[in-house]
Design a protein around this ligand. Structure first.
Ligand code: ASP
Length: 348
């Protein structure tokens, strides 16, 4: 009799837990997805106006995919995204997963700096559970607004049991992108995101999620970047190289006490004599200088036209300048050893 009772209890627990819909928390930060215009003509609008509750009401059927709750973390156009908001997001996400409050998280976010937030969280979230960012190119009041579909797809991906362990992702226009490689590739089109080096890792269509690749450059539970007590991050600036550029930006970063500089170089992270001399002086003063490129895709390789050993620079691998800045800021919270920092660029 006793084993039979145990079996019935086990079956009951299994059935009721299978019946539970996945729990998804939406963390809203603003952006065009929460944008509002005076009319359906979308030429003029203000990003970050509409609260998360109203966004959810515009997505019919979303409540059937998951048990959803929303929290407003910020309400800004993502051109105003800040390290403060990043630290707040990181803290709340780590807390949600540590307390088992959700099975997945969706973040609504402006598109302008979405790639930066995705990579920041890819490096700093201490969990393998799904975290998905999305947004829109058209405000919620526009004809054919793309936000509701993107939000529906993002929740579909975050609620899918196969979405864990793939790092932080961006879901946009039916594609699933890895948070490390994804980059904004169009200023105005609804097909706004690309993975310039590796391509999207999957697709979401008709409520179904299909993966083709699994990103290996992610931090997950083993992240070395514990920023839970951090109130600020070490200052890192980006200096943009172009024909006949002067080195004012680099000199200014040194003067302002920055800890690191990313060079948005030409080609394979190259620069002219003015940059070379200013970089040499910055390195002598103890700043960490990373060579990246503004080409938009491809790797920056060591010891090519630039003698990194002699100059004391390190390279970004295939991270674009804005992503290299994030890794250097997080890296500098742990160490100022250039070999270790370089190893981060080859690992994450
Ligand atoms: N400027 C807006 C933002 O990044 C653009 C967008 O969301 O598409 O918040």
């Amino acid at each position: 009799m006793k084993p039979l009772c145990t079996l019935i209890v086990v079956l009951f627990v299994c059935i009721t837990s299978f019946a539970q819909p996945p729990r998804i928390i939406i963390l809203a930060t603003g952006g065009t997805i929460a944008g509002e215009g005076a009319s359906a003509d979308r030429a003029a609008y203000t990003a970050g106006k509409v609260p998360i509750e109203s966004l959810l009401k515009a997505v019919p059927g979303i409540e059937k995919i998951a048990a959803i709750t929303g929290e407003q973390i910020a309400n800004v156009g993502s051109q105003d995204m800040s390290i403060d908001i990043w630290l707040k997001l990181n803290k709340r996400i780590n807390e949600i997963f540590a307390n088992n409050e959700a099975d997945g998280i969706v973040i609504t976010h402006g598109t302008d700096t979405q790639e930066e937030t995705a990579y920041f969280l890819n490096l700093s979230v201490r969990s393998g559970k799904p975290v998905v960012l999305t947004g829109s190119m058209r405000p919620s009041t526009a004809i054919s607004a793309d936000g509701p579909k993107n939000l529906y797809d993002a929740v579909t991906v975050a609620a899918n049991t196969r979405s864990g362990g793939r790092g932080v992702m961006v879901v946009f226009n039916e594609s699933i992108f890895d948070g490390r490689d994804v980059s904004k590739g169009s200023t105005t089109k609804v097909d706004a995101f690309r993975s310039p080096n590796l391509g999207p890792i999957g697709q979401v269509y008709d409520g179904k999620v299909i993966y083709y690749m699994n990103p290996i450059r992610k931090a997950d539970k083993e992240t070395p970047f514990d920023i839970s007590t951090q109130k600020v991050l070490p200052k890192v600036g980006i200096a943009y190289m172009y024909a006949d550029a002067e080195a004012g930006a680099i000199n200014n970063f040194v003067k302002e006490g920055y800890k690191g500089i990313i060079i948005a170089g030409v080609g394979n992270g190259n620069f002219n004599k003015a940059f070379y001399d200013a970089i040499a002086a910055a390195v002598k003063k103890g700043l960490v200088v990373v060579r990246s490129s503004h080409v938009g895709s491809g790797r920056v390789t060591q010891f090519d036209e630039v003698d990194d050993k002699n100059l004391g620079t390190i390279v970004s691998d295939d991270l674009n300048p804005q992503k290299a800045r994030i890794l250097l800021m997080l890296g500098l919270t742990q160490t100022s050893n250039k070999d270790i920092l370089q190893s981060y660029f080859f690992k994450y």
